[in-house]
Write a protein that binds this ligand. Structure first.
Ligand code: COS
Length: 382
């Protein structure tokens, strides 16, 4: 639902103040501890951040895609690990249920997801099925009014905190590709489900990814999302939406880095003048600004199209491709403008440089986005 302009401005202002006053001062500590303090998580829940995209009738804020992206830009102005804490509840962990859940499934789980009482997670990737996500091997075999799940998932965001997983499995082994895949909502506490240790990562400390292992996990048949064989389409439509959300966060991080560069270049003096006086530095700032503006325009335009009910498979892939590559270039230039200070930990620029690297990989690599964009363009005839 689109908010009226006044309510939208109030929400954005509230999120901006939360980011500036509460999250930014904690960035270094969160990276050091690899954990977000409990009181911050509680504040995120109280602000409604876990339920940004959940329909109002289930306790969420039911934001339009455009409003969610505007909030995403604000959240991008701090370490992306903070957003990750509730990112799966807002995005890939909940949207299968929102888009494909039965009324009973929604009533059972969405209120807890919206409040943050239930952390939810999206389990698609496997050791042998990354970009080729239709190749999932985790099996779900029907047994009476249950399915029995066996297999393992890899690099699953928030798996160690999740109470609920949307799991893509193969229900029909005779169909090797997408048509044999079905989606299930799987509670964490079912016997036979276990979680691996959080992986050590390049960046985004405070956000965690783990393996999820299924050993004869009996899942009630009523937990299936959509019909048998529809699981891949569930995943793809969830990702279309998720890619837009990620694009907005990339824009926010870029805007943050540009502001940091402007502040630093306006203070730091060399050859008797501030860096901001040098046209070669100005050129880098101009490139960063232009690219961030272009990514923002593409993201918001795509969000408005989605809100209008159009299919945005191509546009969401283009936004994710451009915005994630853009923020990589901006972070690289930020290190350059800060010089030696950009390379050492105290200024936080090298941390953001590492943090943004994953944006080009998760929810579909840049190369997968290129595949999607090219296929859709060829299909549309231009
Ligand atoms: N929305 C709805 N349906 C979609 C869709 C979308 N965005 N994308 C594909 N489909 C449908 C297709 O229409 C096709 O249906 P039919 O068989 O009825 O025609 C089916 O799904 C299979 O699609 P396709 O043939 O394109 O599948 P491919 O195996 O060729 O794979 C890519 C397509 C590579 C695009 C897909 O596997 C992908 O996005 N991979 C990356 C996954 C990813 O982002 N992983 C990150 C982990 S999650 S954090």
């Amino acid at each position: 639902m689109a908010l009226d302009l006044e309510t939208r401005d109030q929400l954005i202002d509230t999120v901006r103040r939360f980011v500036t006053e509460r999250l930014r001062p904690l960035e270094a500590q969160v990276a050091e501890d690899d954990a977000i303090p409990d009181d911050i998580i509680a504040e995120m829940k109280a602000l409604g951040l876990y339920g940004l995209s959940i329909p109002e009738e289930y306790g969420g804020l039911d934001l339009s895609m455009e409003d969610e992206c505007l909030v995403g830009v604000e959240l991008g102005r701090t370490s992306p690990a903070f957003r990750s804490a509730f990112g799966t509840n807002v995005g890939i962990g909940s949207q299968g249920l929102v888009m494909f859940g039965t009324p009973e499934q929604k009533a059972k789980w969405l209120p807890g997801i919206a409040s943050g009482e239930l952390v939810t997670s999206f389990a698609l990737t496997e050791p042998e099925a990354g970009s080729d996500s239709a190749a999932v091997q985790t099996r779900a075999v029907r047994d009476g009014d249950h399915y029995v799940l066996n297999g393992s998932k890899r690099y699953i965001t928030n798996a160690n905190k999740a109470a609920l997983f949307t799991v893509m499995t193969r229900t029909n082994p005779d169909i090797k590709g997408a048509g044999g895949v079905s989606a299930f909502v799987v509670p964490r506490d079912l016997p036979g489900l276990s979680i691996g240790k959080p992986e050590k990562k390049m960046g985004q400390q405070g956000a965690h990814i783990c393996d999820v292992i299924f050993d004869n996990v009996r899942v009630p048949a009523e937990n299936r999302l959509g019909a048998e064989g529809e699981g891949f389409k569930v995943a793809m439509q969830v990702l279309d939406r998720g890619r837009l959300h990620i694009s907005s966060v990339c824009v926010g991080v870029a805007e943050r880095l540009i502001a940091d560069c402007v502040a630093y270049a306006s203070e730091r003096k060399q050859f008797g003048q501030t860096l901001s006086n040098f046209q070669l530095v100005q050129g880098m700032i101009a490139d960063c600004k232009t690219e961030a503006m272009a990514a923002k325009a593409l993201t918001l335009e795509t969000a408005r199209k989605r809100d209008a009910g159009e299919s945005v498979t191509l546009e969401a892939a283009a936004a994710k491709y451009f915005a994630s590559e853009m923020v990589g270039r901006v972070a690289d230039k930020a290190v350059q403008i800060f010089g030696g200070a950009g390379y050492i930990a105290d200024y936080g620029i090298e941390r953001l440089y590492r943090d943004v690297r994953i944006f080009r990989i998760y929810e579909g690599t840049s190369q997968i986005q290129q595949v999607v964009i090219a296929r859709e363009t060829l299909k549309r005839g231009g």
